[in-house]
Ligand binder design. Sequence first.
Ligand code: SRM
Ligand code: SF4
Length: 558
Amino acid sequence: MTEQKSLSRNETLKAGSNFLRGTLPEALEQQAFGGLTEDEGQLVKFHGMYIQDDRDLRPERAKRKLDRAYSFMARLRIPAGILTPRQYLAMDQLADTYANHTLRLTTRQTIQFHGVIKANLRSSLRAIDAALLDSIAACGDVNRNVMATANPFLSRAHTEAAEAARALSAHFLPRTGAWREIFIDGAAITPPDAGAEPEAEPIYGPTYLPRKFKMTVAVPPSNDVDVFAHDLSFVAIIEQDQITGYTIIVGGGMGASHGEPETYPRIGSIIGYCPAAQLLDVAQAILTAQRDFGDRSNRKHARLKYTIDTIGLDEFTRIVNERLTTKLEPARAFTFTNNHDTLGWAQDHDGLHHLTLFIENGRIQDTETNRLKSALASIARLPDFIDHGSFIFTPNQNIIIARISPAQRKLIETILADHGVTQSASPVRSTAMACVGLPTCGLALAESERYLPSLITKLEALLSTHGLTSEKITIRMTGCPNGCARPYIAEIGLVGRNPGRYNLLLGGAPDGSRLNQPHRENATEAEILEALDPLFARFTAERIAHESFGDFCNRILN
Ligand code: SRM
Ligand code: SF4
């Protein structure tokens, strides 16, 4: 007899929430309290928002017996990361009017706003809606923002990949009207008319998925989306610049908890190939298999990676095939060269120019010396560009200013230079990523975004002493083991353990296809540099031709 486990609290919450409404409408009316209850905090995620507080202010406020300094983080849903300049300008404006004057590009090709107080939440969402954007399903137990290899304008295959990402996003969008009702219309929720069609979620059902679900579409040879880190990835198989089908990867995931070996990062497994026309059917078969077989009793064991490891990859593939009219074919081969962005200028077949601009850890803001936010807004407003250009967010937290006419290329360079925006980061800095971490992330154990730049400066100096200045080594840092900057597939991964201390992991592949391995635990900055110094020396002396640092570490340490 199989053991009957009790459902996790979130399952009961979802089931009783009237399709994700719960008490959110009432909560938004209560302005005296800037936060939400625990249950409301869980539900609001499905609508793309998190309740947070400024952790820098916690000690002082606690001393003064004040509530935490609550505010919301709002995350947009932007499949394939593409905005028009007008949409970008609306979001730039929103950051100033309702948020903390910054836009935060994420590792999933979208934007987050931080510091939105409850009184401004509806106005912010209405500004997002007016720009024909939304935050539906940007968080929560649903299909999240779908990524595609950046820049649909580079080739026909790239365009098709972005279209595939949009189709997947639309197909798996929750059908509940809760987002519009609560945040846009702001109407009090009334019970449905007796005669009205009852609301339904045809794909998800009333309890949605056991946990978040993430999809990507990749166009080789770029693995910028990191196909092996997500629940479901489609790798384009291309013939004559057209996507004919996809090799399918399932069960990747990064999240883990310190000291809990039953939680772990996992590299996705290849399970087959499907023709391009079968994309949505295959995605639905896989997502619904996870819906039906995922663990709904333990949220720490509820991602697809655990479902697959529990029932076995062959059995999972059998379940998926059972749900398809045409079975998966054997996987087709693909090759990735790297998982980072190629910064700088590129030209497309129409003679238009594209600038991939490095944004350190994805934070778009103005500082005294670098007025990046103003520069991007000025570029967005340029005549002609405003009507024909695009902004594309990359999975590596950078931005592509796309479809620039040859006449405007020089002008854009001048605008950037006049605003102090440098385009020359060192190789190691330009491929590095840090998650948000402190002060907004409630789960951070150590600094991340605010600290990585200064550590990179020290690593640049160290690399220079070993003659490795031009070496591209992927470094990714997170403030906790949840893995938001995908650190477990970096050549050098740094995972926050305690304030000022990180686990150092080494040996990821430069194309993102291999997990790195623990090298030092709970290390201070000095210990991290001390551990890397002799390895850089050995790398210089002992590397095999063209060997990357990640491959070298994997060879000598494991
Ligand atoms: Fe993440 C939770 C930020 C990409 C794995 N992530 C969070 C929260 C919402 C903290 C929370 O739950 O209270 C963070 C908000 C911080 C803040 O103040 O903004 C947060 N995650 C981010 C972003 C903004 C990091 C960044 O610097 O770009 C990324 C937003 C992506 C997006 O636009 O949707 C982000 N998170 C990721 C990724 C990478 C990816 O998706 O490609 C991962 C690893 C891949 C994966 O899912 O396995 C990731 N985030 C997590 C987890 C661990 C999930 C797990 O399976 O254990 C959590 C914690 C959780 O869900 O319980 C988490
Ligand atoms: Fe927060 Fe941890 Fe994600 Fe960083 S990795 S944003 S600290 S949850």
